[in-house]
Design a protein around this ligand. Structure first.
Ligand SMILES: Cc1cc2nc3c(=O)[nH]c(=O)nc-3n(C[C@H](O)[C@H](O)[C@H](O)COP(=O)(O)O)c2cc1C
Length: 414
């Protein structure tokens, strides 16, 4: 049986180890994690979700405080439509995060940024344009467009000098979504350089409805591979979602995939941005501790541990400081749900909001423990220590295990 290392991903002139570490929003896939992916010859992702908050944490900038101060007067107002991002500051924050990461890059691999269209930021087009172009300005190797259809995103970068040299990819969960994208972006005469096909077992938001369990990654990937072959389109296909061992990955590579995108196994590495106690929650989880729910205000189902502190929390919306999920009219489903609960419980000091969550605050504080379906198997990837906790892994260990393992084996840390 072949192993992942028997294959290479060709992107333009580059030959890469066909392992892509997926973007994990709000600094769960840190620069350190992405840098390890690149150093080892694969592809690592940073994320541009809430990048001003990430810049503040990494570089002691004050973007969040500054914005919160500017809109402080609005905190008690349910109408958030006046809260806007300063596009210059957004560009600066992106350039900090991307630029400093790229300066630190070593090795033959690449670093991409995961860019979610669903971060509508009360001015979807303008803010997305700034995010994409600033990442290109700061030298990012590639951009993975995710969480949304991104039908107009190529056009937002079309006149950027790096539009044809940077690697641009999309994440889709169906052939139909890919066809729509190709039709719409065909006008820019530029195909995506790669397509990540994300199945229903992935972490983060899912590109499926609550009937996600009736789909499977293998079927969708095969359908997309057949379509591209029939259309004579040579676009590398990268399946993602539930690929837990090197053998799972090698099987996809043997049957037409160009690489795999993986994430959950890296959540318990030293380099991952989750706090240590949260990593232990991931290790300890059982299959029945994980659910797919609809509490994300984006409207997409999301997978997470049932013990995530954000489930049922009722904090006051924090849009003055954050506001990443405000739609083009300044609305967010959490604000509506929160106001409904406040109206239903007059005088209450605290409310609980069960159906939606303040995702910006939750992600910023690592209170939404999103994970892939296979998170409950993480305990099989490490050793238990005398105090009952699990040993954290290095990103290198996990990467190499994907690269070299065979026969479904998982290498334990030494
Ligand atoms: C903790 C976590 C956070 C994630 N956040 C994002 C994100 O911000 N954007 C995105 O496109 N995908 C996100 N994902 C999905 C991954 O990038 C990846 O495609 C998927 O989880 C791969 O499946 P696996 O986790 O089973 O390996 C996230 C996954 C995890 C586990």
């Amino acid at each position: 049986m072949k192993r992942v290392d028997d294959f290479r991903l060709t992107l333009g002139e580059r030959e890469l180890v066909p392992i892509m570490i997926g973007g994990m929003g709000v600094d769960i896939s840190t620069a350190q994690l992405a840098l390890e992916g690149a150093r080892l010859g694969g592809i690592g992702h940073i994320s541009d979700a809430m990048v001003p908050a990430v810049s503040d944490r990494r570089f002691r900038t004050h973007f969040v405080k500054e914005k919160a101060k500017l809109f402080k007067h609005n905190a008690a107002n349910p109408d958030k439509s006046k809260i806007q991002f300063d596009l210059g500051r957004l560009a600066e924050a992106t350039q900090n995060h991307v630029g400093r990461t790229m300066e630190a890059k070593r090795g033959d691999g690449l670093i991409f940024i995961n860019c979610m269209e669903k971060l509508t930021m009360n001015a979807p087009k303008e803010t997305l344009r700034v995010r994409l172009r600033s990442a290109l300005d700061a030298g990012i190797d590639g951009i993975t467009l995710s969480a949304g259809l991104h039908l107009g995103s190529f056009a937002l970068m079309e006149d950027h000098p790096r539009f044809r040299d940077a690697k641009l990819g999309i994440i889709v969960s169906s052939l139909r979504a890919l066809q729509l994208f190709l039709r719409k972006s065909g006008r820019t005469h530029r195909l995506p350089d790669y397509v990540v096909v994300e199945g229903p077992l992935a972490g983060g938001h899912l590109g499926f409805g609550m009937d996600w369990a009736s789909y499977d990654l293998r079927t969708i990937t095969d359908e997309i591979l057949r379509y591209l072959q029939a259309e004579k389109l040579a676009i590398p296909i990268i399946p993602a979602g539930g690929i837990f061992t090197g053998s799972d990955a090698a099987l996809f590579l043997e049957t037409g995939a160009a690489a795999v995108q993986v994430a959950t196994r890296f959540t318990v590495t030293n380099e991952c941005g989750l706090p240590e106690d949260v990593k232990q929650e991931y290790f300890k989880s059982a299959e029945e501790d994980i659910e797919v729910n609809l509490i994300s205000p984006t409207g997409y189902p999301m997978r997470m541990l049932k013990s995530s502190p954000t489930i049922g929390a009722g904090i006051r919306p924090n849009c003055e400081a954050y506001g990443y999920l405000l739609d083009g009219s300044g609305n967010c489903a959490y604000i509506t749900a929160y106001n409904r609960e406040v109206a239903a419980h007059p005088g209450a000091k605290k409310v609980s909001v069960k159906d939606k969550t303040c995702l910006c605050t939750a992600m910023r504080n690592f209170d939404c423990w999103t994970c892939g379906h296979n998170a409950y198997r993480l305990k099989d990837t490490s050793r238990r220590l005398a105090d009952g906790s699990y040993a954290l892994l290095t990103a290198e260990h996990v990467f190499r295990d994907y690269q070299f393992s065979t026969e479904g084996r998982i290498a334990l840390p030494g």
